[in-house]
Design a protein around this ligand. Structure first.
Ligand SMILES: C[S@@+](CC[C@H](N)C(=O)[O-])C[C@H]1O[C@@H](n2cnc3c(N)ncnc32)[C@H](O)[C@@H]1O
Length: 202
């Protein structure tokens, strides 16, 4: 079973779990680094769009990219807004997203990067840079700890992501750690590293 199929088959259970998360608490480690007010945000692996909706409430407009139809459908129903739009696409190629020919003030990968192998991350990073406006920002949360059956969590050493991002004109401006907010994950020993990069304008 692919990771995408695994998410689709667990969607009924996962949707309420995602929606119960306090976005303010989840983003707390990076809150000083997210754009305030009117900005254009790309949320890659957006789940139900709960984070995107939080940004929309604060004046942003968000393109939510999510390959699992069940999550997209739930997101459209739970967070209807003209400022939260949806695209069926996936990492590492992001072919549909790149075809929009748009750049974003913030590109967010929350809880997604560990689903790519190290080789897939190398394929993804140049596209992520193309999607980030010069002077824009990239924020990723890197998951450490065991995955769940059918949904592998590949190791994501922060240094690997930092080296890869810096090779594509991103500059690290913040790195911090956080424990899991979900009790089930916390009990399983899951923790997170957040990394924040600026996209150089030169
Ligand atoms: C742990 S959930 C995180 C959802 C949301 N970003 C959040 O932080 O609540 C991981 C999400 O990544 C998506 N995903 C998994 N593999 C992906 C890929 N290759 N490309 C894009 N999204 C992917 C899943 O469908 C799921 O919505």
């Amino acid at each position: 079973m692919t990771i995408i199929h695994s998410y689709a088959s667990a969607a009924d259970r996962l949707i309420p779990r995602y929606e119960a998360i306090s976005i303010e608490a989840w983003l707390k480690p990076v809150l000083p680094f997210v754009p305030a007010g009117k900005s254009r945000i790309l949320d890659l692996g957006a789940g139900t769009g709960n984070i995107g909706a939080w940004f929309v409430e604060r004046g942003a407009s968000v393109l939510a990219v999510e390959p699992v139809q069940e999550f997209r459908d739930a997101g459209k129903e739970l967070h209807p807004s003209a400022d939260l739009t949806w695209l069926d696409d996936q990492l590492p190629d992001l072919s549909q997203t790149l075809a929009q020919n748009e750049t974003f003030d913030l590109v967010l990968l929350s809880g997604v990067w560990h689903h790519l192998t190290a080789d897939e991350r190398k394929i993804a990073m140049p596209g992520i840079r193309r999607l980030t406006a010069d002077g824009g920002r990239l924020i990723l949360s890197l998951r450490h700890g065991p995955g769940v059956p059918d949904r592998p969590a590949y190791p994501v050493p922060p240094e690997e992501t930092m080296t890869l991002a810096e090779a594509h004109d991103f500059r690290l401006i913040h790195r911090t750690t956080a424990s899991s907010l979900q009790e089930e994950n916390k009990a399983a020993g899951v923790s997170w590293t957040w990394v924040v990069f600026d996209a150089s304008s030169s």
